[in-house]
Design a protein around this ligand. Structure first.
Ligand SMILES: [Zn+2]
Length: 851
């Protein structure tokens, strides 16, 4: 094709969003993987799998559809999994959603498919679809499912769950209901017409339910008599693995849920029931033309690509490049025509063709930024290194960016195995937004995220902050224009080379030492603010005004004016970029009363820029590190809380913030190591508390348990927070002195009434008198994994239940054992304490104080 004006092409590219499916650089492909990619280029069919959460997806089926049937395959998850429990660390809520998003992307890199979302928020366990759809906002999330269908244009949609409720969780059933409604609505011009500015109408051919198979389905099971069958256990010699093996690797990316999966081998039949669309007798894609001829003008491209695939020589992949470039030109011409501009194939296949050409030439494009962070209005150096490992005569024509100052016309021939390097400086506009995930830029509603730009809805993560445009040419007048993001690379001594996105960050961030400060009496307390300088260079001063007090939703404005801070402000001087500094203020609470207020740290640079954003770093080895920004605020909880005892030993389980909450009310908390658990030297603690899922997540608890029981027998107090039996089993038969059984029963409505079963129980009276009001203002849920069949030596304390269910007493057990006290509690203290619920503090302190 003719060489085009590169600036014009850059503008077009930004509209078409041709970019790799992931921010991370593509892994180099071996010859077998190139062969698979070439085969996939010949197929023009697509499937969208729909469910509710990260980990719901049938990864073996997704791997099969994408690599055996060679369809473009996507997983649409309603939510990002924000409401689950975290087995890796203490991130909860939206931070957990960020982790799970990255885990899904890691899974998709493994099974070769794409990831999409709606704005629905995982608000925690829901017992039915009616509640779910009311909280999500039915029309809003339906619009997002329709939007994803209109943009992806799948031939076939497959749901994980049935609409009839066997999926258990209300989110599951709701995902199937919405898929069914969207199947019809996506082709209806009267539904969500605003979307049609950016995407065409689309009628998928069929909607299936991927028959629910928590247990293997026997081939003679009458329920599958009419179902279509696919064997997803097929072996793919080009991958050297079966799809069930690929699935195990993909599924094991869900590490925050502890879903490491074993590899299965052998046949793995899956069954499909038609829910809507054209009947099919033998195959879910029956009668669907998935060849290039399905679209006008496509036949010629299909022929060339078939030839490329048929003649591929693994010993010399570059011989295939001329055919791929021929197809590239044909597609480039076609994509300008009306028939092709209305559907996504031109963009998708262009992207895949570029990847195939790069792979066949062994071309590596490394765009390394000088740092992982940059501030708006400043500059960052970027080194571009391009190497061609073939004799195909490519030339690196141009390295450009909207923000390059200036772009570079390199025009350097890419000789086999000789890298071409060029350095650029990127200057970001002064008003460039910080790299907050797009769905977290505005405060969410209860059931959904707020996203203003329609075009962002559905995509898994932010587009790269610094996209670069690389133009390759050859001697035959071909021009390949690729968008490749600048990334930051560094070497971790243990994990080797790691890669992360470049984030645009505030010049200075302010973080408070804790999210909640408890004031159990009228004593002032130190509150520390941490400042980090990302941008300002040279010695510069920042005035930290520190505190403004406010009431907020859920908090009261009572007593606001009585809070004081000393000093009123502090000046901090940074010598250079990257420095941290901190300042401590004494905060004096109102003398009396019970209230939750807020405190905000606020600073100003010399040139008057406001600093009120805090930063959270998420860093685990299995996902690229993430930066999340939030307001520099903390909750202040003022409640008169009396306590007994001072020293607490805490056995951290899966991870929670309860120790810092206990410190807030004056306990001296020691986190017990495995060695401490072995020594069993517990007598020095007034009370020992086990963190959430300690009897699941801390293997050493199996051996420590008898010693803990001995400690109770000798007069200690042991408080055990909830454990579960799934996905990790209990490490002991019973995590208590007398029998009981852990179930999966929950009370999910956070406002559910709580009854005092034994109003005279010491847990409700000493040292703090507990009243109904102490159960106000709870978040997400009352409790989870309640117990049943408890021994009569336990006394129950509280009872609660969700609407239309019987009262459940198994949320809290209290017993004496020997000279000591044992408490098992399934109430969600680990959520209420960090949320600053005053009543939860009082009640939990009563548990820790119990004798
Ligand atoms: Zn789920």
């Amino acid at each position: 094709m003719l060489r085009r004006n590169v600036a014009l092409v850059i503008t077009l590219l930004s509209v078409l969003l041709i970019r790799p499916a992931s921010l991370l650089a593509q892994k180099p492909l071996d010859a077998a993987q190139i062969q698979l990619a070439l085969k996939k280029l010949t197929v023009v069919g697509s499937a969208l799998y729909v469910a509710a959460h990260p980990d719901d997806e049938n990864t073996a089926l997704i791997a099969y559809l994408g690599n055996e049937r060679l369809y473009r395959t996507g997983y649409l998850s309603m939510t990002r999994g924000d409401g689950g429990q975290n087995l890796l660390g203490d991130e909860k809520g939206e931070l957990l959603g960020v982790i799970r998003t990255q885990e899904l992307l890691a899974a998709r890199r493994t099974d070769g498919s794409e990831q999409f979302f709606t704005r629905a928020l995982d608000f925690g366990f829901s017992k039915g679809p009616v509640e779910t759809l009311a909280i999500w906002n039915h029309d809003l999330i339906l619009a997002d499912v329709v939007w994803n269908i209109r943009r992806f244009q799948p031939d076939v949609i497959i749901t994980r769950f049935p609409t009839t409720g066997e999926g258990g969780h209300g989110h599951h059933t709701a995902s199937a209901i919405l898929a069914g409604e969207a199947f019809a609505a996506a082709a209806d011009p009267t539904r969500f017409p605003d979307q049609l500015k950016y995407a065409g109408l689309w009628q998928p051919k069929r909607l299936f339910w991927n028959r629910f198979n928590f247990q293997p389905i026997k081939p003679d099971d009458p329920s599958i008599a009419k179902s279509l069958r696919l064997d997803v256990g097929t072996f793919n010699p080009l991958l050297g693995r079966s799809y069930t093996e690929v699935a195990a690797e993909s599924r094991s990316m869900h590490k925050s849920q502890g879903f490491g999966a074993a590899e299965r081998r052998g046949t793995a039949p899956n069954y499909f029931d038609l829910i809507a669309g054209d009947p099919a007798a033998t195959d879910i894609f029956e009668g669907i033309d998935t060849s290039w001829s399905r679209y006008p003008g496509g036949e010629a491209i299909g022929k060339v690509l078939q030839q490329a695939s048929d003649t591929f020589d693994p010993k010399n992949p570059s011989k295939t490049i001329p055919l791929l470039l021929q197809a590239y030109d044909l597609l480039d011409r076609l994509s300008a025509s009306a028939a092709w501009s209305s559907h996504p194939w031109a963009t998708v296949k262009m992207r895949d063709l570029q990847a195939a050409i790069r792979a066949c030439a062994g071309i590596s494009i490394d765009i390394a930024a000088g740092d992982s962070s940059v501030t708006a209005g400043s500059t960052i150096p970027v080194s571009v290194s391009v190497i061609n490992r073939s004799d195909y005569p490519f030339t690196l024509a141009m390295v450009a960016s909207r923000y390059a100052d200036p772009s570079k016309a390199v025009n350097a021939p890419l000789t086999n195995n000789i890298p071409v390097k060029t350095d650029l400086t990127i200057k970001l506009p002064a008003d460039f937004p910080i790299s907050q995930p797009y769905w977290l830029q505005k405060p969410p509603n209860k059931g959904s995220y707020v996203v203003d730009d329609q075009r962002l809805i559905g995509i898994p993560e932010n587009p790269p902050a610094i996209p670069m445009v690389i133009t390759l040419t050859d001697n035959a007048m071909h021009t390949i224009i690729m968008e490749v993001p600048a990334v930051y690379r560094w070497t971790d001594a243990v994990q080797g080379e790691r890669v992360r996105a470049v984030d645009v960050v505030p010049e200075v961030t302010a973080n408070l030492g804790s999210g909640v400060y408890g004031f159990p009496d009228a004593q002032p307390k130190p509150v520390t603010v941490w400042l980090r300088n990302f941008g300002v260079t040279g010695p510069v001063s920042v005035r930290l005004k520190f505190v403004t007090f406010s009431g907020a939703p859920g908090g009261s404005s009572a007593g606001l004016s009585a809070w004081r801070s000393d000093p009123a402000s502090v000046v901090i001087t940074f010598a250079k970029k990257g420095e941290e500094a901190h300042a401590t203020f004494m905060v004096k609470p109102p003398p009396k009363g019970e209230m939750t207020n807020f405190l905000a740290a606020e600073a100003e640079t010399v040139d008057g820029k406001k600093i009120d954003v805090g930063i959270t770093n998420i860093d685990y080895p299995h996902i690229p590190p993430q930066r999340i920004f939030g307001d520099a605020v903390a909750k202040l909880v003022r409640a008169d809380i009396k306590k007994v005892g001072t020293s607490v030993g805490y056995v951290m389980g899966a991870g929670d913030d309860v120790p810092s909450a206990l410190r807030q009310v004056g306990y001296d908390v020691t986190l017990l190591t495995d060695d401490d658990l072995d020594r069993g030297d517990f007598a020095k603690y007034d009370t020992i508390v086990t963190g959430v899922r300690a009897y699941n997540a801390r293997p050493r608890m199996r051996l420590a348990h008898p010693k803990l029981m001995e400690y109770v027998k000798n007069g200690g107090t042991l408080v055990v927070q909830y454990n579960s039996t799934n996905p990790q089993p209990l490490l002991v038969d019973v995590p208590g002195p007398y029998p009981f059984k852990v179930t999966s029963e929950r009370v999910t409505v956070e406002e559910a009434p709580v009854r005092f079963v034994h109003p005279d129980s010491p847990l409700l009276n000493t040292p703090n008198k507990i009243t109904d009001a102490d159960f106000n203002g709870w978040v997400q849920e009352r409790g989870l994994y309640f117990v049943k069949d408890w021994d009569p030596q336990y006394q129950t304390v509280l009872a609660s239940h969700d609407p239309n269910e019987p009262d459940k007493e198994g949320g809290e057990l209290y017993a004496h054992y020997g000279k000591g006290t044992f408490i098992y509690t399934s109430y969600a203290w680990f959520r209420q304490l960090p949320a600053g619920v005053p009543g939860a503090y009082k009640m939990f302190v009563n548990l820790v104080s119990a004798k």
